[in-house]
Design a protein around this ligand. Structure first.
Ligand code: SAH
Ligand code: SF4
Ligand code: F3S
Length: 481
């Protein structure tokens, strides 16, 4: 575990320190005592399970939560029937919220059977004002509710939860604080996400993220580089730099640094073999970044460049800050500079006012750019966002029909794009034993495509050369050479 802390050196009889992260370290030690007592009383270790929804940002947050719980003495358990079930939620689309409420019903029944069970809810959904009220009114059996801004206070909140029989709720409206150096428990020992910034200032008119994640804040480059050096010493070979709009990284720092500059510094760290990043907003993607990517072998040949719509008129309504033409010109420029790059994207269908003609522009962009894959979404109305009150919301059947047309086009072209590399040799970072066939390993190529091939599980975490023998649509079957 990165960032190990000597809990025995913390004096529990003293008052809690005011400074972070010392304060949270103190509460990890305090909670460890509570967890020991619970384990003794139950005659077994206390277990935890974290269910994560949403984006890479939430996945990384969950690793931080897992790190803290592990230090407290909780042991991981693969299933919701753990002694502490944590739900790290996403609210980017309405159905994500529905799923969480559905699961809570199930958790209630599990809790009735296990007197030690506690339920915690966090993540973006809890930042919506009406959610905390709904939880209080109809889901009183939930033990802890906290938001995205105070996630670093998790240790203290768990301590309070274990002391109390009532629901503990702490949700902040925002924060300027960035608290570093708390423990994390990575899902994969050999790769890790790294937050480089938090929040978002773009206010795309359909999107709830700026309201639930707050204003954009960049971490100091030194703190990021120190974290990655620590990760590399801990066996990490691939990092993914995370932010809602990494291309605007560093602009608000006292000493501004460009994202491209940060990226090349990260790529220089000994032990780091691969660097990825998510997400790039097309409006802020610089020539400096393209040059940096083109000239570095360590920066992966993958760029996620969400287009959202191909219609300039809709893009304006979405407040995206680029046009169909400028996006296409940017994609062409990237492909010219980095011919082996794989471009992927996000697309929303059925934004208010979208006509068939607008939609045809989206298909047009898909055909011209030839994405290796695309996340396609039906527009979901998020209350509080400007688009939610726009006139001309598109009828559901029209959205569904456009969505399936888009999906067919995307899949068709992605298959062709993937087939371009058939027969070549690629470098794959071996991630795991294949889930369906245990004689195979699954590796990820620099361009983010997966390849399955026979091999020894001892290779997990290593980068190996693989012949991409057969393209199967979105992945390859291969053999090691
Ligand atoms: N910061 C990233 C996106 C984060 S949200 C960016 O700007 O590209 C991930 C994706 O969810 C978005 O790219 C968008 O395609 C989708 N999304 C966001 N809000 C949505 C909504 N209201 N309805 C449907 N899809 C939405
Ligand atoms: Fe949402 Fe736009 Fe920010 Fe992405 S850039 S998180 S889509 S507001
Ligand atoms: Fe969802 Fe929050 Fe990420 S709303 S997409 S988990 S920033």
């Amino acid at each position: 575990m990165y960032n190990h802390i000597d809990l025995d050196a913390i004096h529990l009889e003293e008052t809690p320190p005011e400074q972070e992260p010392d304060r949270q370290r103190y509460f990890i030690a305090k909670a460890r005592k509570q967890v020991r007592a619970l384990s003794e009383s139950a005659g077994r270790p206390m277990t935890f399970h974290i269910e994560t929804y949403g984006c890479q940002m939430n996945a990384r947050d969950s690793e931080k939560l897992a790190g803290i719980l592990t230090m407290m003495g909780y042991v991981p358990h693969d299933g919701e029937d753990a002694d502490l079930a944590v739900y790290n939620t996403c609210t980017v689309r309405e159905n994500a919220n529905r799923k969480v409420y559905g699961h809570l019903g199930k958790l209630k029944r599990l809790k009735e059977k296990n007197p030690y069970m506690r339920i915690a809810l966090c993540g973006c959904m809890t930042q919506e004002p009406h959610v905390a009220d709904t939880l209080k009114k109809s889901y009183g059996f939930v033990d802890l509710v906290f938001g995205t801004h105070n996630i670093f206070r998790f240790a203290e909140l768990v301590f309070r939860m274990l002391e109390s029989d009532a629901m503990v709720t702490e949700i902040w409206e925002g924060t300027k604080q960035i608290v570093e150096n708390l423990p994390t428990q990575r899902k994969y020992p050999f790769k890790s996400g790294v937050n480089i910034m938090f929040g978002c200032n773009n206010f795309c008119s359909y999107c709830i993220v700026p309201y639930v994640r707050g204003r954009e804040r960049s971490r100091e480059p030194q703190a990021i580089l120190d974290e990655i050096r620590g990760l590399a010493e801990d066996g990490v070979v691939e990092v993914m730099l995370l932010g809602q709009n990494v291309n605007s990284y560093g602009k608000t720092l006292a000493q501004p640094v460009s994202f491209a500059r940060l990226l090349s510094k990260v790529a220089e760290i000994p032990g780091i073999r691969r660097v990825r990043f998510m997400t790039s907003h097309p409006k802020d993607l610089s020539d400096e970044l393209i040059e940096t990517m083109a000239s570095s072998k360590k920066i992966c040949r993958h760029l996620h460049l969400p287009v959202q719509s191909g219609s300039t008129r809709i893009l304006k309504e979405m407040n995206r800050g680029y046009t169909k033409e400028s996006y296409l010109a940017l994609a062409a420029k990237i492909k010219r500079a980095i011919p082996d790059i794989a471009l992927t994207t996000d697309i929303i269908v059925g934004f208010p006012g979208e006509t068939d003609e607008d939609f045809l522009h989206t298909l047009d962009v898909v055909e011209e750019v030839r994405y290796s894959s695309a996340f396609t979404f039906q527009y979901s109305k998020r209350s509080g966002t400007p688009a939610a009150v726009m006139e001309d919301q598109v009828p559901e059947d029209v959205v569904r029909e456009r969505f399936s047309r888009l999906l067919n086009t995307v899949q068709d072209l992605a298959k062709k794009e993937c087939a371009r590399w058939e027969g070549t040799i690629g470098q794959a970072l071996v991630e795991q034993v294949n889930v369906q066939d245990s004689s195979l390993l699954t590796g990820r190529l620099s361009n983010n495509l997966l390849v399955h091939f026979p091999g020894d599980p001892a290779l997990i975490g290593k980068i190996v050369d693989v012949r991409l023998a057969a393209c199967k649509g979105f992945y390859y079957m291969g053999e090691m050479i």
